[in-house]
Design a protein around this ligand. Structure first.
Ligand SMILES: Cc1cc2nc3c(=O)[nH]c(=O)nc-3n(C[C@H](O)[C@H](O)[C@H](O)COP(=O)(O)OP(=O)(O)OC[C@H]3O[C@@H](n4cnc5c(N)ncnc54)[C@H](O)[C@@H]3O)c2cc1C
Length: 566
């Protein structure tokens, strides 16, 4: 009989020294430290202390919860969502420890730590229990949205509550008929003398209802026109739900899912629900990108948490498991070249993704806070360039690492005695929500090559400056050639080559991080690990980049046979 899930083996604890080494090595971390009073105070000792606490909370509270949340899922009771046993207690401890406020503005009770440090903390939590992380991410992303577009009254009313963790938050965009194609949305906002009311149905809303906070603020996109125009007018509204909800905000169903069972994915209905317009009428989608940017970065980090846990689990297992070798004296499977190849691949993805995520977080902080306008603009363009890359690379690394970890563990990996099977299920959605990988590919091609190539130009210039050896410069040549080809191509050609271009851009970005790692001077275990990952990645960079480049140039050619599929 299979062992019970709660007694299964779990990943080794997160490595705080490695995380701090990554922070120190990340692009422009020293500049982030110099940005302001609060940031300046985060020296290595403070960062280590915060990460130590995060690692302890993850190990003690979240790791045991992960399998329980997976097994129990959530349920609806008397019209309200009930979370898995232990989730409420873990949430209460999370809030008591001040974790919801770490990246928020000090003016509203936040700690305003650098985003890179906050994402390093998120990685530890997502490594332990990705479903748990599905509430804090919209919570802190909603706070940034409200800080950007709310009036003073809304900020004073909502931001302290989001910082303290007393208020949950959602992002409400998707509808049954409006997934990738947001403009198809039908939820309607109507204005009267008393203000706005919203009516419609939103689907797949993460933590649309739950029992962890008393109230929930829903950040909702809705049509604010009369439906007669060619293009819908979409505006952004805040709607109160949770215990505060009346009959006007209801959860109709929670979805049965492949993974993330502990995170309620809700079908919601709004029935003349009171909404508050924030920002400018008709600019809802553009404004929502403040929240979407944070959420896409966070998907990359969730991917990192899962990828790292799977990589470390596989390595620990492979150092113990004995198979093969001389008769009667089996060797550990980590001694076999094919297993070493897999373990290096797992570690390389993890270390390079971590390096990329933290560097992009620094760029986001500089883009928001620097007093140098030119630098702000350059960093903002780089963030926009990297966003689809981080989101998709995170999603791909999580799923690939979970898949490869199952392979390294063999039959054990396929059982519930080990966490990698759950990781495989949990990871699958990362390339679907917050914009599918196909949509990320279109985004990078249409917006970052055709419409505004400044981010790519800034990336290539920086990578050429940082890149030693021949591998990265050759890869950058391929990237520029592919971009020029797509910029000159007709739309069907561009769309057919978009995913290959995104894959090439991910290779180049990880290659840039790898080149920076090779320049690290200190001979510490963390640096040796980062450099091993870098050397492995750079050795393989050009065969892989060349394949993606060739696929970009093929464009729509191979699709001609599609018509014969039937
Ligand atoms: C667990 C979970 C949690 C979620 N949480 C939230 C949430 O909190 N809030 C929220 O608003 N939504 C949420 N979503 C919804 C999610 O964002 C959507 O599922 C996603 O945007 C894709 O939309 P769709 O499912 O309708 O797929 P579709 O849009 O139908 O896409 C299906 C396929 O077609 C492709 N495709 C679609 N259009 C194009 C195009 N123009 N060109 C090329 N390819 C295209 C896609 O890439 C995809 O592969 C969640 C979903 C899940 C599964």
């Amino acid at each position: 009989m299979t062992a019970v899930v709660s007694s299964r083996a779990e990943p080794p604890p997160a490595d705080v020294d490695l995380s701090v080494a990554h922070l120190r090595a990340s692009y422009r971390y020293p500049d982030v430290r110099a940005l302001g009073e609060t940031y300046r105070s985060v020296d290595d000792a403070t960062a280590t202390a915060i990460l130590d606490q995060a690692a302890a909370f993850a190990t003690k509270t979240l790791v045991p919860l992960n399998a329980v949340m997976d097994r129990h899922g959530v349920r609806i009771e008397n019209g309200r969502v009930r979370t898995a046993p232990g989730h409420r207690e873990a949430w209460a401890a999370f809030v008591a420890n001040g974790w919801p406020s770490i990246d928020q503005d000090v003016a509203y009770g936040g700690q305003q730590l650098p985003l890179s440090l906050c994402l390093a903390v998120q990685e530890f939590f997502d490594r332990a229990c990705p479903a748990f992380g599905m509430l804090p991410v919209p919570q802190r992303s909603a706070a940034r949205l409200i800080a950007a577009f709310g009036n003073d009254g809304l900020k004073a009313a909502l931001l302290p509550e989001l910082c303290s963790g007393a208020l949950g938050a959602t992002i409400c965009i998707s509808e049954v008929g409006a997934g990738s194609d947001v403009l198809q949305m039908r939820t309607r906002a109507t204005q009267s003398d008393d203000g706005w009311t919203l009516t419609g149905e939103k689907n797949w809303i993460s933590f649309g209802d739950h029992d962890l906070t008393d109230a929930i603020v829903h950040c909702v996109l809705a049509r604010s026109d009369d439906g007669s125009g060619d293009r819908p007018e979409i505006s952004l509204f805040l709607v109160k739900g949770g215990n505060a909800q009346s009959d006007t905000v209801k959860v109709r169903r929670v979805e049965e899912k492949l993974g993330l069972h502990g995170s309620p994915t809700c079908a919601m209905s709004f029935e003349s629900a009171t909404g508050v317009l924030i920002g400018e009428r008709g600019r809802g989608l553009a404004q929502m990108f403040v929240m979407i940017t944070q959420m896409r970065l966070a998907v990359g980090v969730m991917g990192l948490g899962i990828a790292g846990a799977c990589s470390d689990t596989a390595l620990a297992y492979a150092k113990e498991r004995r198979q093969g070798g001389p008769p009667g004296a089996p060797v550990v499977i980590a001694a076999h070249a094919d297993v070493q190849r897999q373990l290096l691949e797992l570690a390389a993805r993890t270390e390079l993704l971590r390096g990329l995520v933290l560097s992009v977080a620094n760029l986001a902080d500089i883009a928001a806070c620097s007093i140098d306008e030119e630098d702000r603009e350059r960093c903002a363009a780089l963030v926009q360039w990297f966003l689809p890359i981080v989101k998709t690379f995170g999603a791909n690394c999580a799923f690939a690492n979970a898949d490869d970890a199952v392979q390294v563990l063999g039959g054990a990996g396929y059982t519930a005695d080990w966490p990698v099977g759950q990781a495989l299920r949990d990871a699958r959605v990362l390339s679907v929500f917050e914009g599918t990988s196909g949509i990320q590919a279109l985004d990078i091609v249409e917006r970052r090559i055709v419409r505004d190539p400044r981010g790519m130009a800034a990336f290539v210039a920086q990578a050429r400056e940082d890149g030693a050896g021949t591998a990265l410069p050759a890869c950058l040549d391929l990237l520029e050639d592919a971009a020029a080809h797509l910029a000159a191509a007709a739309p069907p050609e561009r769309q057919a080559g978009a995913s290959a271009f995104l894959a090439l851009a991910m290779q180049a970005s990880a290659g840039w991080v790898a080149s920076r790692f090779l320049r690290l001077a200190d001979d510490t275990p963390s640096h040796r690990r980062m450099q091993a990952a870098a050397a492995y990645w750079l050795d393989r960079l050009n065969p892989r980049a060349s394949l993606h480049h060739a696929e970009v140039l093929q464009g729509a050619g191979p699709l001609t046979s599609f018509a014969d599929l039937g």
